[in-house]
Design a protein around this ligand. Sequence first.
Ligand code: FAD
Length: 299
Amino acid sequence: MKISNIYSKTNRPVLSFEIFPPKRKKNQTRKDFDTLLNTVDKLTTLNPDFISVTYGAGGTDSEGSFKVSKYIKDKGVVALPHFTSIGYPSQEINSYLEDLGQDGFANILALRGDLPKEPSKADMVWKDFLHATDLIKIIKKEFPRFCIGGAAYPQGHQESNYDGKDIEVMKLKEEMGVEFFLTQLFFDNDKYLRFVETVKNHGVTAPIGAGVMPLMSPKFVDKILKLSGATLHKELHQTLDKYRDDEEEFLKRTIDFCIRQVNDLIERGVDGIHLYTMNKYHPVKKIINNLDIKTAVNT
Ligand code: FAD
């Protein structure tokens, strides 16, 4: 099913989960995959409207992205494979999109990916695909059956120096064929809702899934903030300061924060909640079981 149809037919916030394939490593075992598929099985019992699978992010296996997406789709759950065009020549991009189409995928999250940091990689073929809009153009022209999603940044994207240019870019993405957006994670609902208001005032009409991440461990907070550009909420700062050495208490408190954050977003009428699951079932289950949309989601 097309994700645009889910948004248009559902009279409650659409619930989506994001997962990532195992890390790319030499001795990747079947066990890594099986563990993830087992988590997928459990996550699907929480009845998300769709599950998205990252592509190549954080050194994860990009081939694995296709396999995991296929597993989700074959279970009868709507799958959203991400795809980043950076570093690929157009033939490879076409061939990947063809494979997705032939396998019956209806949706794709069209991304550019991060620019290479090492100067030695600066000559990669990415010049053809400087922006996600270049990928969106190709998909729309050559593979018009896909429902295309795009990324959005409530606190701005690093490259635009957080100056609001991204909002014009969202409008452009929609004009080019993007039918829904999923956002980068954030912790401050007031700022997010101001962002959504500005975006809608600029004429963006596509639904926007709010990216929310429960912080699973104090160890990864700095990395997550660096990668996402999100600023930490004051309450989470205090939690981190106090429970840096107590993982269990930290998790308990961040899950509680996440439940309150999501319930507040639901109450304030967001289009969707996109939960960054970090491939963890139990914390996600706890969040879902405490949401005000639980009944609606489970029907
Ligand atoms: P773009 O839309 O190209 O934006 C990049 C910058 O270029 C922005 O500053 C934007 O304002 C500007 N820009 C865009 N189009 C134009 C234009 N036509 N003209 C001028 N300026 C323009 N990364 C992964 O590697 N794998 C993943 O699976 C993955 N999943 C993600 C999922 C979500 C929901 C989000 C929010 C991000 C994800 N990312 C992923 C990270 C993403 O790849 C990076 O943030 C990347 O740097 C930008 O990708 P993009 O598609 O937003 O690029």
